[in-house]
Design a protein around this ligand. Sequence first.
Ligand SMILES: Cc1cc2nc3c(=O)[nH]c(=O)nc-3n(C[C@H](O)[C@H](O)[C@H](O)COP(=O)(O)OP(=O)(O)OC[C@H]3O[C@@H](n4cnc5c(N)ncnc54)[C@H](O)[C@@H]3O)c2cc1C
Length: 456
Amino acid sequence: MPPILIVGAGPVSLTAAAELARYGLPVRILDRSPRPAETSRAIVVWSRTLELMDRMGCAASFLEAGHRVRGAAIRSGGRVLGCTSFGDIASAYDFALIVPQSDTERLLTAHLRNYGIIVEREVELASFTASDDRVTARLVHADGREEEAETPWLVGCDGAHSAVRHGLGAEFRGATQRDDWVLADVRLEGAGSPPADEITTYLHQDGPLVVFPMRGGRARLIAAVGEAGPDQPRTEPSLADVQALLDHRAGGEVRALDPVWLAAFRINGRKSRDYRVGRVFLAGDAAHIHSPAGGQGMNTGIQDAINLAWKLAMVAKGGATPALLDSYSPERSAVGEMVLRNASRMTDMATLSNPAAVAARNAVPHFVLGFHAAQERLALTLSEIEIAYPDSPLSSGRHAGTRLAPDNYDGPPPGSGAVPRSCSTPPTRRAARNSRHASRRSWNRDPGRRPSPAGC
Ligand SMILES: Cc1cc2nc3c(=O)[nH]c(=O)nc-3n(C[C@H](O)[C@H](O)[C@H](O)COP(=O)(O)OP(=O)(O)OC[C@H]3O[C@@H](n4cnc5c(N)ncnc54)[C@H](O)[C@@H]3O)c2cc1C
């Protein structure tokens, strides 16, 4: 079989390539950029992604590199309006792991190298044609050489401006918000600094300021700063601008030092309706982009890649009919829809400016997050452990498509190793008693109307 062609070498492509390689399939991964990006960008790796990384065999390196965060708080100046503890997340990874995206890409590249696969750099996908039995891609190398590459499947993980999505003529419906945001990767000092194991959102009538703690006393700050002008996005902030934001919104006694990245950005919320056209697939930012609120973008993309990889592997190895691939887009597009909705709700709520609305908004977290159930719900949503596929074409029967929680299996996570099965270990007695999980385990050939492996 010719290699499956993966376009891009961001976190989503690297995951797709590593997973396909783990299942023993030939893979080619290429990126037009000469080197990996060095900026921190996505910094939160959530529980569900860590569970799946455990299955991939690379969770340990992430745990070693990352900084564990135990909860999130919403504050107004010095006053705590509400908080949630990630300790309520029903996962072995009951925390948020802060890992700069540059490190995530480095760790995934190293993981991929274990399978003998190296990213081909300075190779650009220029165009492609797809037929019923193959895809032919036109690749352009750094020296201008052109190459025609045939592949059984083309996987576009080539980011928000995806050439694969453009090649499919797929719409990317949504909007760009007019508000400008600033981002700063700095060191924080001072008695008023937020706790190093908490994601802190300061609500303010001028806009929210969110502080993500990082390793070594560093932090990522993002803040909404209003609209600079419709056609003139704000220029990158200075350290003094960042300090002014802290003074104004965080209630004083916090100093920002040693900036390594200062940037301005605008929030896009867009999504492709279909993630698959025949032999061509979209995953990650190529398929959906959203507000960084909740830190779900990269996590959702990584989970797209994992969902697609086991299905491609089952079909390529003859363990399932190609109809299995029909489930990828409905399952992942529904998740993308939900993430987009949640992220824009959180952003809209945090960016209110009308004083009456602000007063009401500040009262809501104070009231709602006073209840344990509401705190737990927020943690579960952020951690993505509740992602399930009850409406998947693969799901039939009660509880089909729901998550196989870690306490329902022993040993390595289901789906570990070279065989893409939903459960590779004998069920525990507790799980055996549980018919909803037992029904999923029996799934193998003929995916027609069968339950989907839980939450992957
Ligand atoms: C400021 C900021 C903060 C963020 N914070 C978070 C967060 O906390 N948590 C979170 O989950 N997400 C966050 N995100 C989102 C996250 O960065 C993205 O979701 C993630 O990078 C998407 O990964 P990807 O692999 O899909 O695409 P990308 O990382 O964009 O990678 C795409 C790759 O494709 C390559 N490419 C493009 N076109 C071609 C072509 N034609 N041929 C060959 N190669 C091509 C590019 O060079 C690039 O390397 C944040 C984003 C930003 C901007």
